[in-house]
Write a protein that binds this ligand. Structure first.
Ligand code: DX5
Ligand code: ZN
Length: 217
């Protein structure tokens, strides 16, 4: 699949989400961060908003669920039209069953790891998912500084995928920008979430192109 860019609308203007999605029409995905104020100390948006966004988005929705009890809620996001649904391993009671359920509903299934969760924790789930998300900040807020200590983990994630022979994408999320994306790509990531870097740029499309070029170099 190659390099993919998934701008996070967390840094977009929430009063004009339709137009803000239009700014990233040249991206591969629109990353939508769902937070419940329990799994992370922040609250964003939920099912009805994702459903509305999926109807108007020029690119597929890459839904990142930072919520408790994803076993109960995640499948509804697939039903709502998100083409990719990622849940946190730390929050899931039965991650294998949940990943299968997401795929049954026609979505790509993703599993995410907080910075402190080792790649080894996901071993049993890897065969059941389409994407492994390595968080490079503590989940909860946009605009945080990239955690360099997570770079070896990106490498381990890529190695786990490579040695399993599976076609699982490795996504990075948090502090990804023109100054950090090359290191992430070099470590083995292939899907890049960028919120403040893309939406904070005067020309979002130009920034997407720049990030793609840097990651491909
Ligand atoms: C943080 C979210 C990220 C966030 C990234 O918990 O999961 O998707 O929007 O924002 P930046 O790219 O600004 O670090
Ligand atoms: Zn995210």
């Amino acid at each position: 699949m190659g390099i993919q860019i998934s701008p996070s609308i967390l840094s977009a203007d929430f009063a004009r989400l339709d137009a803000e999605l239009g700014r990233i029409a040249t991206a591969d995905w629109a990353h939508v961060d769902v937070m419940d104020n329990h799994f992370v100390p922040n609250l964003t948006l939920g099912l009805p908003v994702v459903e509305a966004l999926a109807k108007v988005s020029p690119v597929p929705i890459d839904c990142h669920l930072m919520i408790e009890d994803p076993d109960r809620w995640a499948p509804a996001y697939a039903e709502a039209g998100a083409q990719s649904v990622t849940f946190h391993l730390e929050a899931a009671a039965a991650p294998v069953r949940l990943a299968r359920e997401l795929r049954t509903r026609g979505a790509r299934a993703g599993v995410a790891l907080k910075p402190a969760t080792p790649v080894s924790a996901v071993a049993d789930v890897l065969t059941e998912v389409d994407m492994l998300l390595v968080m490079t900040v503590e989940p909860g807020f946009g605009g945080q500084a990239f955690l360099d200590v997570c770079l070896p983990k990106i490498r381990q994630a890529r190695e786990a995928v490579r040695s399993s022979g599976l076609d699982v994408w490795v996504q990075v999320d948090g502090g990804v920008s023109a100054t950090t994306i090359e290191r992430c790509a070099e470590a083995g990531a292939d899907v890049f979430v960028a919120g403040s870097a893309v939406y904070g740029a005067p020309d979002a499309a130009a920034e997407i192109t720049r990030l793609r070029e840097l990651a491909s170099a």
